[in-house]
Design a protein around this ligand. Structure first.
Ligand code: ATP
Length: 455
């Protein structure tokens, strides 16, 4: 499926809009409409349910976006959170050198390449500027991706703060607080859902790479030497989560980082790739980060970051395994695998979002068959169901058109109120994928739908 098709579907239905649209937009920013914000929320709820609530190991955390500058000094982001930037000296457009190379040949991974090696490759392979077609690349320089702003009224170096480029560091600096107050013993994990900001050189592919995005991160603290066992454990959980959400197995693959690609602090990293409209690309990363982060914060803050094992009386820095997922990348993958067009037995077609019922923005739609006659009862049913479910009320147009509209946005059930309802308190419940209809008592509907839409 083409990306344009997905983009136009999402805009037309009210899932995603161009950011700042009435002012001509702001490049690569997006606003999530009534449907999109519900879907995003459901993706986050699914992750929290699976990785926090249902996990006996993990707790939830919420750190601030603005952190003390020293955090980024310690984590290495100030010195090393860079991408290689090159400029076309003919048209002055700027690009990420490694992206120019992977666009030329997507089997090449340039992680760990020096600036010189990147430039040599661009010139040797005659990779021209995608805008003007000339081959005139500038020297490559490392561009820091952190967004800067000022805290307080004075706009100077002393008041400089950074928007967090990942949620992880807020967890690391609170390791002692969390461990002390929860009295957790290793192993345990801390998960966080929140915005991150990166001044990407070449954002693009719609919501895949933006400068503001949301992360679902888990920092799992464990005993040294057990980290690779936990790495395998969480990798399996990640796969299970994606498949349970309805992503197609054939659209998922894996890329293990080799020596050259591995970050200096990592002893194992795997990217889970999804088959986006432009090919396989990173959806979710899992990195074994050793004890790098806790040790670095200990050195910079002077605060002891060790864990005391009460049983063995040993003191050590826990090792960390980090699965880190972008909400918008999951959003795009879920939409791509759910959006279908079906030809019905009567030869007509219907656009259908076969999304997991738990993720659907609305679990059920409520329709009065004839507005004038059934409206009051339908409103009463809406009120009843909306206490327990996410419900949409619709009384416009023919019933057939109302069904199609719900199929198109992915609502798994539709409840119709008709004369039977007025006579004996029963409603027709229609299922999205099979279009089958059953009759239920009004007071059975909520529990029926809850059961069918759980994750
Ligand atoms: P990429 O190689 O695609 O730039 P990354 O390896 O830098 O990603 P991580 O630092 O591992 O990404 O971030 C963890 C996750 O956050 C990624 O797997 C992705 O889902 C998400 N993510 C990272 N950068 C962006 C972005 N600019 N826009 C949207 N999501 C992002």
């Amino acid at each position: 499926m083409k990306l344009e098709k997905i983009v136009s579907y999402l805009k037309q239905t009210g899932y995603v809009f161009q950011g700042s649209e009435i002012y001509g937009g702001l490049a690569n920013t997006f606003d999530y409409g009534p449907l999109g914000s519900l879907l995003k929320d459901n993706l986050k709820r699914a992750w929290k349910k699976r990785f926090i609530t249902e996990s006996k190991y993990n707790v939830l955390f919420d750190s601030s976006i603005l952190l003390n500058k020293e955090v980024w000094q310690a984590s290495g982001h100030l010195a090393g959170f860079n991408d290689p930037l090159t400029e076309c000296l003919s048209c002055n457009n700027r690009f990420r050198a490694d992206h120019l190379i992977t666009n030329y040949d997507n089997s090449i991974n340039c992680d760990g390449w020096s600036n010189e090696k990147l430039l040599e490759f661009l010139n040797d392979k005659k990779i021209a500027c995608p805008v003007c077609g000339k081959l005139k690349w500038s020297e490559i320089r490392q561009f820091n991706l952190m967004f800067k702003t000022n805290q307080g009224v004075i706009d100077n170096e002393a008041n400089l703060v950074y928007l967090r480029p990942e949620t992880a560091q807020g967890i690391f600096i609170n390791f002692k607080n969390i461990q002390r107050t929860t009295r957790r013993k290793l192993p345990f994990g801390v998960g966080q859902v929140g915005k991150a900001f990166r001044n990407e050189i070449t954002p693009g592919n719609f919501i895949f790479r933006t400068r503001e995005f949301e992360q679902l991160e888990l920092e799992f603290f464990c005993q040294p030497q057990t980290e690779l066992k936990w790495f395998d454990y969480w990798l399996e959980e990640m796969k299970r989560f994606l498949v349970d959400l309805g992503l197609k197995k054939e659209n998922i693959s894996y890329h293990e980082h080799n020596e050259e690609e591995l970050s200096h602090y990592s002893n194992k990293t795997i990217d889970i790739l999804y088959n986006y409209p432009w090919g396989f690309d990173e959806l979710w990363g899992i990195a074994s980060r050793t004890d790098f982060d806790l040790k670095a914060h200990e050195v910079h803050s002077g605060v002891d970051m060790t864990y005391l094992d009460n049983e063995t009386n040993e003191k050590y820095h826990p090792y960390v395994v980090e699965p880190s997922l972008g909400v918008e990348r999951l959003f795009l993958a879920v939409i791509k695998d759910s959006l279908t067009e079906e030809t019905l037995p009567d030869g007509t077609t219907r656009e259908l979002l076969k999304i997991h019922p738990f993720l659907a923005p609305y679990q059920v739609a409520v329709f009065p068959l004839i507005r004038k006659r059934h409206q009051a009862k339908a409103e009463a049913v809406y009120e009843l169901l909306s206490k327990e479910l996410s419900v949409l009320y619709d009384e416009t147009q023919t019933i057939g058109k109302r069904y199609r509209r719900q199929d198109q946005i992915g609502t798994p059930f539709a409840v119709t109120i008709d004369d039977e309802t007025l006579a004996n308190e029963t409603v027709t419940v229609r299922e999205r994928d099979t279009m089958e209809q059953i009759t239920l008592k009004i007071d059975e509907v909520a529990s029926y739908i809850k059961l069918k839409t759980k994750f």
